[in-house]
Design a binder for this molecule. Sequence first.
Ligand SMILES: Nc1nc2c(ncn2[C@@H]2O[C@H](COP(=O)(O)OP(=O)(O)OP(=O)(O)O)[C@@H](O)[C@H]2O)c(=O)[nH]1
Ligand SMILES: [Mg+2]
Length: 378
Amino acid sequence: MYDLTVIIPTFKEEANIRNIITEVDAVFQKNTLNGEILVVDDDSPDNTIVIVNELKKTMANVDLLVRTTDHGLSQSVADGFLHASSDVFVVIDADMSHPPALIPKMYEEIRAGCDVVIGSRYMEGGGIKKWPLKRRIISLGATFLGRLLFPDITDPVSGFFAVRRSVVAEAKLKPRGYKILLEVLGKGTWENDKEIPFEFSDREIGTSKLKIRTIIEYAEQVADITLYSFTHHQSAAWREWKKVFKFGIVGISGIIVNLGILFLLVEYTCLNEYTDNFIAIAIAGAVAIEISILNNFIWNDLWTFHSQENRKYSSRWHRLVAFNIVSAGGAAINWGVLLILTGSFGFYYMAAQFIGTLIGFIWNFTVNRRFTWGRTSE
Ligand SMILES: Nc1nc2c(ncn2[C@@H]2O[C@H](COP(=O)(O)OP(=O)(O)OP(=O)(O)O)[C@@H](O)[C@H]2O)c(=O)[nH]1
Ligand SMILES: [Mg+2]
């Protein structure tokens, strides 16, 4: 039994395949890893298969799976999971875009308890070399969509990652398109993840296969994972929905606190005696708003985001300040939407306020999630 299996999906990679296999094997030897190399090829019409078969003669740890139906990168990787003969899988492109030197580190993190280890282009220390603007924009768009499902992960569509067999063993993967990692994160069973930065280098040789259809398939995949999470409550995306739900309940408690404090201050304190009622209400209103923000902070900190690990802000005071700033932004957005919808679009003011509250809520959740209770990128 091998320690790990490096899965290399290939289609027409005759120019790269020898290189990547030799490099991965050199990394195994240097780190005394007992690793398997599994090439999953979609019946390439070039010499990819011939070259792998030739290498197999001298390298006992190289295996080749040739697929003839259901052509596709994600499908190939998923077949690789089924075919691999170890419990740790590392997926890497054939075109030298991903540094094989990081494989031992990924393996170590899995050994140390991680379920998924991701090579990230978008965290501190990572990057992309020589990419045209169009590709950067497409990739950022894809990454943004993926981060809605997995806010802690900076690069949920990376093609370079490691997973434990148990993550995907029972998963009902519906692989398609290019983003197999998103499928694994969405449908696999996992708790702990870690990202490792790396610099992505564009292929020097061979041809690219990215098409417009890829983008449409990706959007479908995100929708599919979202639907899946509603019915599969062990999934990571469902964990995220639970946070949204808790954040909403805390928000409702904040409204009650806000109204209650306002009422108490106006009716039962010395503010009551001010003849100029407007000042009394202005003061009481401001105090009530701040106390409700404090209320929301405490419950979100102790309950909604209680299990958040590796916090960006380890001090509760820092989180409180961040939450206050973000919430002020949320209130401003709410107010702006009210004014615009009533002033320019003739909305009934209650409907406008309702929409404003909803947009303010989305802002408050997403920004606080990533910022106030976000994870450190180290
Ligand atoms: N088995 C299989 N492998 C594929 C398929 N499409 C791409 N690959 C492999 O998947 C890896 C990533 O594909 P690339 O074409 O490099 O995709 P990319 O990195 O997004 O784009 P470029 O590097 O610019 O071409 C490479 O090892 C390809 O050979 C496919 O349909 N089936
Ligand atoms: Mg590539």
